[in-house]
Design a binder for this molecule. Structure first.
Ligand code: KDG
Length: 321
């Protein structure tokens, strides 16, 4: 049984090869993505086994995703194919209208994964993991997927499995913000480890200053392990009673999508392999930096050797010898 079980929707991403508004883009590159799937791949590349609970369309894109996950060594035993619904896709517009920022256009309504339900959550599978991970994206895609995510968190909790949750607020996936706040705060009451950024903190907790965020998470939700991502200012964690901070790595950005998943996956892998929280954060930040240097979310997710080379080489002069 895998050490980590994740639940969520993999997607095929069509990333604009050229910058600018999509109406003028002719060429798109196909990538395998999806937040929880990316986290699984980040984990397995660092030697931590991970299984994904999901549904895919019985179509070419479903097979593309399935072969990707299976090829990476993710446990695919809890992936079901749906003959009646398609695999979700989305398009990425890069560097327009804001330089360094990507915009997404989803085509995922009625997708196979949006029919995920609590019946997909096998209690023995979740119950024998060390960590169960899901995100606010799964909470947003449909009522039944939200029930599945909550069921996964509840089962994990009742079986002594650590629960990990990336808030991943996607405004485009929610009909209104109030529903999002209600659902996401419900999830927070079931999580042991949470990843969020300042905007998400503001939305869910009404505060964004570091100490206030950690205090609110503790007092309102009993969350004692949290990572607050500060973008180019780095990240800060509240972990077992103390606060740790690391800087971000500055790199040329091709497409920032996927950075959060790289961070969460590498952070969890590092904690599970016994790294202290600062080292886990540093490794996670490095992975996030590596991922934004290319189009696509998963291509630059590092193996141990890549991570070591990035961390040792960062900031050095180019040596042409
Ligand atoms: O974190 C990256 C994901 O956001 C991306 O792969 C697409 O899962 C996705 C989503 O729902 O936005």
């Amino acid at each position: 049984m895998p050490e980590v079980v994740a639940l969520g929707e993999p997607l095929v991403q069509f990333n604009a090869v050229t910058d600018g508004p999509l109406r003028h883009v002719t060429y798109f590159e196909k990538h395998a993505t999806g937040s929880e799937a990316n986290v699984c791949v980040a984990l397995v590349r660092l030697g931590v086994s991970c299984g994904l609970i999901t549904r895919l369309g019985a179509d070419e894109f479903g097979l593309f995703i399935y072969n990707w996950l299976r090829g990476e060594g993710v446990d695919v035993s809890h992936i079901r194919f749906d003959p009646d619904r398609p695999t979700g896709i989305y398009f990425v517009q890069r560097n327009y209208p804001i330089s360094g920022v990507s915009d997404v256009l989803y085509y995922r309504k009625g997708s196979a994964a949006s029919a995920l339900s609590s019946d997909d959550v096998d209690s023995d599978y979740v119950g024998s993991a060390r960590v169960f991970h899901t995100t606010g994206i799964t909470m947003a895609i449909s009522d039944t997927a939200r029930s599945a995510a909550l069921r996964g968190l509840e089962i994990a909790r009742s079986r002594g499995v650590a629960t990990s949750f990336d808030v991943n607020f996607r405004r485009k996936l929610w009909t209104n913000v109030e529903d999002a706040v209600n659902a996401l705060t419900r999830a927070l009451s079931l999580v042991d480890i949470v990843f969020l950024d300042e905007d998400e903190a503001n939305l869910l907790l009404g505060v964004s200053a570091i100490d206030d965020v950690f205090r609110e998470l503790r007092s309102r939700f009993g969350v004692n392990k949290a990572v607050l991502k500060l973008g180019l200012r780095g990240s800060v964690a509240y972990w077992e009673g103390r606060v740790a901070k690391v800087d971000a790595f500055r790199v040329p950005v091709k497409d920032p999508i996927g950075a959060g998943d790289a961070y969460a996956g590498v952070f969890l892998a590092s904690i599970l392999r016994g790294y202290d929280v600062e080292s886990a954060m540093r490794r996670a930040s490095a992975a996030a930096a590596m991922v934004v240097m290319v189009r696509g979310d998963e291509e630059n997710l590092p193996r141990e050797e890549d991570l070591r080379r990035f961390l040792e080489g960062y900031g050095r002069q180019v040596d042409l010898r």
